[in-house]
Structure formats: structure tokens, C-alpha cells
Unconditional design. Structure first.
Length: 262
């Protein structure tokens, strides 16, 4: 199948999936109101096979040091999944499944599958990483750009993390866990019971981002949007908290965004 844009609908909710632009969600409209920042780099893109920054773009893969392109010098950021076209595997009125092969510069052959399932009051994104051969460390997650202001109302973020990863001058976690600090943030938080973050546009809409994963990065340093990023490990996690993808044990995670009108 082609990699043309896909539109899913359920009730008055509508989602645009853009396989040809990095497998990203191009838009989420509820009652005609767009919730995601628009533009080629925005929407909500998949972070795979790593999330956030890798220090100096290097990670240990078994006994081998691998070098990724420094797309956010001096680091490598957010994986390679958003950089090319995905293939459409299956589409119905309210669900799409898209895939992408892991190829150069990633050193191991594998496949990423992402499903986008829309219901009248929630959207569920699921992603998996499978290997064709060798085991390798990987991460996955999502990077949504929620509009800060809807209908003249600025969003409020509510969440209760168990800790914040202390951030060094190089923007990477130092390894110390600290009590959560007030924003603005470009920071990783631990939520051992699962990610649970509520975005509220007063008198308009409440949207809950949840996931069984325990890591979330919150980025709200830009005027236009706020990002709530559930992921399977912290930034630089290929080095500090590697999770192996093996032929018998793929990496899979999901996130659900559930909304209600206020």
C-alpha cells in the first residue's frame, strides 16, 4: 500500500496519520478543534529506536561502540523512525497500522510497527520493535506537540511524578533522582505506577495521557506548544538502562489519550 495520508474518524473525533512524514500523527481534531501543533516537524512523531538524546551519539551494543548521526550536536536525538517514510499495512475507518524497516544508520535489521486506534473519546497508539536477527538495545516513545492555547485558554499540566531525573548542563540525566522541581521543563520524570498526565484547557477540554511505561519527558519551554512524551526509558537510556530486543522478546509499548469536554 502507499504512504499517503490517512484520516481516521470516530464520532466527532478525527485523526490524520502521515506515514510519508516519519509515521507521525499529523492532527487530532475533536469537534473540529485541532489539538496538535501543525507543521512538518510537529504533530506527534514516534521516537524509535531511542528516545531523547544519546550522549555524543554513542552507545554500547554488546561489546561494540556504535555511533549515531549527531542530529542535535553534540548528541543524537529522538531516533531514526521520524526521518523517512513508513508503509501502510492496514486501514479501517478508525484504525491504521503502519510499519518501517530499521536500516542505516541503525546497525541491526528489524521492523517497527505502529498502530493508531481512534474511539469517540480516546486515541491509543501502540508501537513495537522486532529484530530479524541479533539482539540489540532499543527504546520507543511518542513526542506529541499539544497546542498550548485553545480558544484563548492556556493549558494547565497536572501530574504527580515520584521523582525527576536531575538534568546536567549537557541536557542529559546525571543519574541522580531529585524531588520534582517547578517548570518550565525539558525534563524526564519517573512514574512507577505508569505515566498519568492531565492537560486541561479551562472550560474547554481535559485530556489525559496515560501509559503503563514509567518514564515521561515534559517539554514546555516553547510558547506554542507543550510536549508530554511517554517512553520506555530515560534519555541516554541505551547507555544507562538498556532494554534488549531479542528474537523471542520484542519491545512493545502503548499510550492512550482520553478526553472529555468541560
Amino acid at each position: 500500500m502507499s504512504n499517503e495520508d490517512i484520516t481516521l474518524t470516530a464520532g466527532d473525533a478525527e485523526v490524520t496519520v502521515r506515514p510519508g512524514n516519519g509515521g507521525r500523527i499529523g492532527g487530532l481534531r475533536i469537534g473540529g478543534v485541532e489539538l496538535l501543533r501543525q507543521g512538518e516537524r510537529y504533530g506527534c512523531f514516534p521516537m524509535v529506536p531511542w528516545c531523547g538524546r544519546i550522549r555524543d551519539g554513542r552507545f554500547l551494543d554488546g561489546g561494540t561502540v556504535r555511533q549515531m548521526p549527531l542530529n542535535s550536536p553534540p548528541h543524537a536525538i529522538h531516533g531514526t523512525g521520524r526521518d523517512g517514510a513508513w508503509r501502510t499495512a492496514r486501514v479501517t475507518e478508525d484504525e491504521a497500522v503502519i510499519t518501517r524497516e530499521l536500516t542505516d544508520p541503525w546497525p541491526h535489521p528489524g521492523r517497527v510497527t505502529q498502530s493508531v486506534a481512534l474511539a469517540e473519546d480516546h486515541l491509543t497508539l501502540t508501537m513495537s520493535v522486532e529484530t530479524y536477527d541479533d539482539s540489540f538495545p532499543a527504546q520507543l516513545g511518542w513526542h506529541p506537540w499539544f497546542l498550548r492555547n485553545l480558544g484563548g485558554r492556556d493549558v494547565r499540566l497536572d501530574f504527580a511524578p515520584a521523582w525527576q531525573e536531575e538534568r546536567g548542563a549537557d541536557h542529559l540525566p546525571t543519574g541522580n533522582r531529585i524531588d520534582p522541581l517547578p517548570g518550565p521543563w525539558d525534563d524526564c520524570f519517573g512514574m512507577p505506577g505508569g505515566v498519568d498526565v492531565t492537560l486541561t484547557w479551562p472550560e474547554l477540554l481535559e485530556l489525559k495521557v496515560t501509559s503503563r511505561e514509567e518514564w515521561v519527558v515534559v517539554y514546555d519551554e516553547q510558547a506554542e506548544a507543550v510536549c508530554v512524551e511517554p517512553q520506555t526509558g530515560p534519555p541516554n537510556g541505551l547507555n544507562t538502562l538498556p532494554r534488549l530486543v531479542t528474537p523471542l522478546d520484542p519491545l512493545e509499548a502503548s499510550t492512550t489519550w482520553r478526553w472529555r469536554r468541560l
